[in-house]
Design a protein around this ligand. Structure first.
Ligand SMILES: Nc1nc2c(ncn2[C@@H]2O[C@H](COP(=O)(O)OP(=O)(O)OP(=O)(O)O)[C@@H](O)[C@H]2O)c(=O)[nH]1
Ligand SMILES: [Mg+2]
Length: 519
């Protein structure tokens, strides 16, 4: 057999390979060029519960050279049982035999083992028992992983033309988002390429590195800090055979986990459908090797069309439902406005402490958590001041940089409540390393929502976390008040300012457009 391969290789001047199953059946004969053979899509050879693919690649190397990086990448990517190269000698007969296989997880994080070269005749490896034992070892590791309840493990990836320091900061936030979604982030890859790759975002070499890392660290998910085009999601998913998420999808995922009220659920599902619609695509039968090859046939149009139509129908249905929910919300709003009670809305970056402040001020129990996007539904409470005065205080969903457009659109009716506010309290986590950016982001989103005109009071929260002198400096620089939302004691100064802004004639009720509202 080996003799046939090398002879054929010798005659054609091309690499020749065969894919062989465990039971010895030959699946395919591959004819390559001088330097490589391209491996067809193997996704129909699903492993099921197995760790290895169940096929080995045996191919020829025209110059009797050892296994190269591409060979080893194929071994890892395709989870081949074994990869073997047989050298072709000057007379077309088999030369040396090079062989490598994957290793189960090990302390030195070695992905594969390369055997010392032998010859076909010297090879003393009882294949069947060997593969059986190797598979069993892999299985042992999988079971411990299941038993210890291992959650999803992700590699975080950023590829952007922005300076590295900005990428790092944004990656910190992505790590927080992953944590909030219940995903473990085990590694990070940051690249600042000269140009972004249209298909992979990252450079191809870097992507290979990512895949190897993923296999070594047993990650099952790639999360990109940038938003990916439909084409990118598809090609990266195909090449890596891993689940691929981008920033928007991760945020949508968190929202989906947190949505409780019917309105929030509808809003989130709408945003998800709108984001996914252009990304619906079937797997093409592209070649698995990163280096490309003959393009696969296009997706099966019919099935795809059905999926698209279903999604569009569902979007239409959800939009109708949302309209009627929004109408009910508008009626509730009108009632409140009728009451001529000033409305105060707490806005700010996610995790700033908005719900905590609402709770402390009104002694209520809105859920607060050290997670991003703990709150999705708007909560409304009454807050009493001395002299029979009261205001309505609302707390709503937090903001974040690059808030998905679809999400902002879907949450419009929730965010519309902010339009009724006479005063916005812009709450900022003063202990955040990204204080400046967070303030800017919130301002930007407020202006997107056409709320730049609403009077806004900047309040720094979590002052207990920061050196008092720095608190003072920052308050001065930003013209802000500092509080600790967890402690009732310190809040009286904030209340006094609010009362002043809302009721003291000299501070300009007119500016606050309250003249007509307060009897
Ligand atoms: N140290 C300190 N922690 C605070 C303070 N205020 C809030 N926190 C904590 O900050 C975390 C976030 O608080 P939340 O009130 O849930 O924040 P939020 O702005 O409502 O967040 P989202 O709803 O996710 O947008 C929680 O773990 C709070 O306990 C504070 O004054 N000091
Ligand atoms: Mg909250």
């Amino acid at each position: 057999m080996a003799r046939d391969l090398t002879a054929l290789s010798f005659e054609t001047g091309r690499q020749i390979g065969i894919l062989v199953g465990r039971e010895g059946r030959i699946y395919t004969l591959l004819v390559g060029n001088q330097r490589e053979v391209l491996i067809p899509d193997l996704s129909n050879l699903r492993f099921g519960k197995r760790a290895l693919r169940g096929v080995r690649l045996v191919h020829t190397h025209l110059k009797d050279e050892p296994l190269n990086d591409d060979d080893l990448t194929d071994l890892a990517l395709l989870r081949l049982d074994i990869i073997a190269a047989i050298g072709v000698l000057k007379d077309g007969s088999p030369g040396r035999l090079y062989l490598a296989h994957l290793l189960p997880p090990n302390p030195s994080e070695q992905l594969y083992e390369i055997h010392p070269p032998t010859t076909i005749h010297q090879l003393n490896l009882p294949l069947r028992p060997f593969l059986f034992a190797l598979e069993a070892e892999f299985e042992g590791h999988q079971q411990t992983a299941v038993a210890t309840g291992r959650k999803e493990q992700a590699i975080l990836i950023s590829a952007s033309l922005k300076p590295r320091i900005d990428q790092e900061a944004s990656m910190d936030e992505l790590a927080e988002l992953s944590r909030s979604a219940g995903i473990g982030a085990i590694d990070r890859v940051i690249q600042r390429p000269k140009a972004l790759h249209p298909k992979y975002l990252l450079g191809q070499g870097k992507l290979k590195e990512v895949i190897m890392k993923a296999l070594q660290r047993q990650a099952n998910l790639l999360i990109f800090d940038q938003n990916l085009s439909p084409l990118q999601v598809k090609t990266i998913g195909e090449v890596t055979e891993m689940k691929v998420l981008d920033r928007t999808q991760l945020i949508l995922d968190i929202f989906a986990q947190r949505a409780h009220s019917r309105e929030a659920k509808v809003q989130v599902e709408l945003a998800q459908l709108r984001y996914r619609l252009p990304r619906l695509a079937e797997r093409s039968t592209a070649l698995s090797r990163l280096t490309g090859g003959i393009g696969g046939r296009g997706p099966g149009e019919t099935r795809l069309e059905i999926d698209r139509r279903r999604s569009r129908d569902r979007i239409a249905r959800l939009e109708r439902e949302l309209t009627s929910l929004a109408a009910a919300r508008a009626r509730r709003r009108m009632k409140r406005i009728d009451r001529r009670i000033p409305i105060l809305s707490i806005v700010g970056y996610t995790n700033a402490g908005k719900s905590t402040l609402l709770n402390t001020l009104t002694k209520s129990q809105v859920k607060t958590k050290d997670l991003l996007f703990a709150t999705l539904d708007t909560s409304t409470r009454r807050l009493r001041f001395p002299r029979e005065r009261e205001v309505i205080l609302t707390d709503t969903v937090g903001f974040i940089q690059s808030l998905p457009v679809d999400l902002l659109g879907a949450f419009r009716s929730t965010l519309d409540e902010l339009r009724d506010a006479h005063l916005l309290i812009h709450l900022v986590d003063i202990s955040s390393a990204r204080l400046e950016q967070q303030i800017e982001t919130v301002k930007l989103i407020l202006s997107d929502l056409e709320l730049s005109e609403t009077p806004c009071l900047l309040v720094f929260n979590k002052m207990d976390q920061v050196n008092p002198e720095i608190v003072q400096i920052l308050c001065k620089r930003y013209d802000a008040i500092a509080i600790s939302a967890r402690q009732t004691e310190g809040l009286s100064s904030l209340l006094a300012v609010i009362e002043d802004l809302l009721w003291k004639k000299e501070i300009g009720l007119e500016r606050l457009r309250l003249t007509s509202l307060i009897p």
